[in-house]
Structures are given as C-alpha cells and as structure tokens.
Design a protein around this ligand. Structure first.
Ligand SMILES: NC(=O)C1=CN([C@@H]2O[C@H](COP(=O)(O)OP(=O)(O)OC[C@H]3O[C@@H](n4cnc5c(N)ncnc54)[C@H](OP(=O)(O)O)[C@@H]3O)[C@@H](O)[C@H]2O)C=CC1
Ligand SMILES: CC(=O)N[C@@H](CCC(=O)OP(=O)(O)O)C(=O)O
Length: 401
C-alpha cells in the first residue's frame, strides 16, 4: 500500500477527519473509501462496520509477537478498524499458534502462525511493529523493504549518538544510516516529525513517564537543569517474558528491589530528551525499582524550581501544555496519580506538588508500561504515520480494580 495516499488526510484530536483523500490505488483493499469528503465524522458505527478481518486495510507485521509488548499490540489491534495482522515472528516459539503461547488469545483464530525471522516474507506487509530485544533489531530492520513503515519498540534507534549507544548497550550500532533517519516517538512532543517518518524509535517506558512532565517545564525554563532526582517504579512485565530468576514470584513478592543503580541504560535516553528541551545539558539522578505488580509504572521526580518560580507555575504550564491532549492528563490539584488508574490504558496521569522545602517541587507521573510505555504509544505513532486518527484502537478505559 502506498502510504503517501494518506498525506492529505489529517486528524484534529476530536476524532474528525479534516482532509480529503483524492485518489486510491488500493482497489478492493482501499482503506479510505469511507472517508472521502471533508470533515467526515468517524462515528462508532463506522468503526464497527469496518472491524472485520476482510475490511482491514493496512497489513501489519509483528516482529517478536510472542513477547509481552507483541501480545499487547494484538490486544489493541483487536479493536482497530484499519490494521490487520498478516505476519508474526518469534524465536523459541516459532512454529506455534499464538493461542498456544498465550491462552487468552484462544478466540483470535484469524491470527497467523508464528514464524522465525528467517522465514518471514514482507512482500504483503505495509507496516511493522518491531518488538524484539535491543541489539537484535538493527540488522532485521536494515533488511526490511524500503516502503514499509516501522515502529521499533526496542532501544536500538533511540540514541542519536551512536558512541553513546555503544557505551550504554555494550555493542556497536549496526545500522548507523538508519539511526540518522529515525524519529524519536514521544508522541505528544514530536507529533509533527512522526507524521512523515518511515522509522520511529518508540521511547522506553521510564523515559516516557519522565519526559512527558519534564519536557514542557524545561522548555519554559521553569526548573533547574541540575539536581533532578527521579525515583521510578515498574511492574515486572517491563522486563519482558523471558524467564529470569530475579523475576520469579518468590524473589519479588512482598518486596521492592532497586536495580541499575547509578547506571541504568535509560539514563542517556532521558538526558538526551531533557537536554533537547532545555537546549542545555541536563543531568539526572535516576533509580528504577521493580515492584511486585504485573504492570504499571510510577515516576516520582524531585526538581529545583528556577528563581521566583512556584509549584503553581509548574502546574499552570503543564495544564496549558496538555489541555488538548487525549492521553496525557494533569489531575486536579492535590490528587495523587496512581498506577491503578491508568492500568490497561494509554493514559499518562500526572500532578505537581509543592515540596515542604522552599524552592522545590515533586512531580508524580504514572503510565501502564505496556501501553503508553510501549505498545499503546507505538500504535499511537503508527496511526499518525499512516494518517489515521491517533486514538484509533486506543480508547480503552483504565482497568480498575
Ligand atoms: N515490556 C515492556 O514494558 C517494554 C518493553 N520495551 C521493549 O520492547 C521490546 C520487546 O519487549 P518485550 O515484549 O517485553 O520482550 P519479550 O522478552 O517479552 O519478547 C521478546 C520477543 O522477541 C523474540 N526474540 C527474542 N530473541 C530474539 C532473537 N534473537 N531474534 C528474533 N526474535 C527474538 C521473542 O521470541 P520467543 O518468545 O519466541 O523467544 C519474543 O517474541 C524490547 O526491546 C523491550 O526492551 C519497551 C518498552 C516497555
Ligand atoms: C522492569 C524492567 O526490567 N524494565 C526494563 C525497561 C523496559 C523498557 O522500557 O525497556 P526498553 O528500553 O528496552 O524499551 C529495564 O529496566 O531494562
């Protein structure tokens, strides 16, 4: 499918089309035939009509489908009217059906069988979600046909400086020409760049929860560039599905574990984003913790405010920055964000509190690491890259309790 067909379509965050699609080369699989014409509302009814396998227009491949983020994309795409999964790869699970790997997919009989990367054919693929471990991704993406849009959930294309990649990931970058092309996919900040990207580097879960509140504050010069202290907590699904002793129930339950202390590999990604926002070098102290919960992430961020700035100024800045955003919500003053309240959804909830110590403030943000921290944001990005409403397939309410 020619993605340029979507260039004249754009979406205004209230779920209405404002562009007009003029031509089609898609024949029977034409994905915009229902939308020709100006300001056509994308009603729930039209979504429902198009929610059958035959009607899905963009052929999506999931690389690393048998992992947690792959499974989460399958869950989200089950309600996506335009994206149909035509190829799924796995490593140890190659040759199996998805329902044998994840029994909760027993109803999804249309899913293709998992194949190994070597056996994958991309001739019928328009877009790829790459859910592979970092380090395995660059060579695989390099070999993909050029017309395919890619959202990479791994860390392999997030760092602009390839020497930094080598330093923090312990291996040389193997696709440096693609690194130059990659757009960093923090959706609410880089939406315009994402529209025309071929390769989007989806942010890490911790960097998403941290940059969303801090980028607007640094851009507005409301907080100091130094003495930013970040304490983050993650559900265990953040570590992927591969068996590790440290992630056994017995090791995790009824306790908290700090890890990556002083040297977690997300530090350069966080500092890159924050330094870009500040237009000056920003450094952070960052400590992640593993929590005895399956999904969810909280970042508690301690900042020093610029001279004369109050916590109320920070609150007002975040209010202005995110008031039109569907997936980023500043809570009412004094309300504490909880991971429970975003579970299973693409939301980031945040709030700002004045510290007892004068001149300091405490910011709390929460996301679901598998949704806004990975697969949800990836889908938000691919929607944008393909010219669809960015919330398509993402309007899940949080799962509570
Ligand atoms: N989990 C999270 O919350 C987040 C994860 N990410 C990133 O997304 C990516 C996927 O994460 P996640 O789904 O949790 O990981 P998982 O470990 O759960 O899944 C990894 C997937 O990659 C496949 N795989 C493993 N090794 C290879 C290889 N050498 N060649 C080809 N395929 C391989 C696995 O196949 P098989 O199962 O058959 O072995 C599986 O399908 C990672 O880069 C991760 O860092 C990003 C943000 C958040
Ligand atoms: C709990 C846990 O182990 N979390 C992972 C981060 C998950 C994530 O965002 O990772 P990527 O950068 O690989 O995409 C970690 O600390 O490495």
């Amino acid at each position: 499918m020619s993605t340029s067909l979507f260039n004249s379509v754009y979406f205004d965050r209230g779920c209405s089309w404002k562009g007009e699609v003029k031509s089609s080369k898609l024949g029977k699989r034409n994905c915009h035939r229902l939308y020709v014409g100006r300001s056509t509302a994308l009603s729930p009814r039209s979504l429902k009509i198009r929610n059958s396998k035959q009607e899905k227009d963009v052929r999506v491949a999931l690389l690393g489908a048998s992992g947690y983020t792959g499974a989460e994309i399958i869950r989200l795409l089950a309600n996506h009217p335009f994206f149909g999964i035509t190829l799924m790869t796995a490593d140890r699970n190659a040759g199996k059906s998805m329902e044998s790997v994840f029994p909760h997919f027993i109803t999804q009989k249309d899913l293709p069988i998992l194949v190994s990367s070597n056996d994958a054919s991309f001739s019928d693929v328009d877009a790829v979600f790459c859910c592979l471990p970092h380090g395995t991704t660059q060579e695989i993406i390099k070999a993909l046909p050029k017309g395919i849009k890619i959202v990479d959930l791994s860390a392999d294309f997030r760092l602009r400086d390839i020497s930094e990649y080598q330093e923090w990931y312990g291996q040389p970058h193997r696709a440096t020409d693609l690194q130059v092309e990659a757009v960093y996919g923090l959706t609410e900040i880089f939406r315009e760049e994402i529209k025309n990207a071929r390769l989007v580097a989806n942010p890490g879960c911790y960097p998403t929860s941290i940059q969303l509140p801090l980028v607007p504050l640094l851009k507005a010069k409301l907080i100091e560039y130094k003495n930013i202290i970040i304490d983050s907590k993650s559900g265990v699904s953040g570590a992927g599905r591969g068996a590790k002793v440290a992630n056994l129930y017995t090791e995790l339950t009824e306790g908290i574990m700090s890890y990556g202390v002083t040297r977690h590999r997300h530090v350069p990604e966080i500092e890159q984003g924050l330094s870009d926002a500040a237009r000056s070098k920003v450094t952070v102290s960052f400590t992640p913790h593993l929590m005895p919960m399956s999904r969810g992430m909280q970042s508690t961020i301690y900042v020093e405010m610029a001279s004369g700035v109050t916590a109320e100024d920070l609150y007002q800045q975040l209010k202005v920055s995110y008031e039109d955003e569907e997936f980023v919500k500043l809570l009412e003053k004094g309300v504490v964000p909880r991971t429970h309240d975003v579970r299973g959804s693409n939301y980031c909830y945040m709030n700002v509190f004045p510290d007892r110590i004068s001149g300091r403030a405490i910011i709390i943000s929460v996301i679901d690491n598998l949704v806004k921290g990975a697969s949800g944001q990836a889908l938000q990005n691919l929607n944008i890259m393909m010219g669809f409403p960015e919330n398509t397939g993402l309007r899940y309410l949080p799962l509570f309790p």
